[in-house]
Design a protein around this ligand. Structure first.
Ligand code: FES
Length: 106
């Protein structure tokens, strides 16, 4: 099984509950999400047509694509609303002190 390497992306103070923070992690664009104090990361590319999630906020664990309105659950990547029909990639997140770190398989 591949090792997961973690990279610091932000501090907990940088991302308020309900906010989405876009980060480049080793060349992978990610949307790091604060869901009521818990952090999750998804690939910053809607599976419908590749839009970024940079111009959107969260409603609980739900993220809305700003381009055509697809809805995903950021905790699992699952599609909750059309027009997307494939889940979005998720990445492991851990908080060390006040630093948010996202994991990538090496
Ligand atoms: S690009 Fe996201 S719904 Fe179309």
């Amino acid at each position: 099984m591949a090792d997961v390497q973690y990279f610091a992306v932000a501090t907990t103070a940088d991302i308020e509950p309900g906010e989405v923070f876009i980060a480049d992690v080793e060349g992978v664009q990610m949307a790091v999400c604060n869901v009521d104090g818990d952090f999750y990361a998804i690939r910053d590319a809607c599976t419908h047509d590749g839009a970024s999630f940079d111009q959107t906020d969260l409603e609980g664990p739900e993220i809305f694509c700003p381009r055509h309105g697809a809805v995903f659950d950021v905790t699992s990547g699952a599609v909750l609303g059309a027009p997307a029909n494939a889940p979005v990639d998720t990445f492991p997140v851990r908080v060390t002190g006040n630093t948010i770190e996202v994991g990538i398989q090496q």
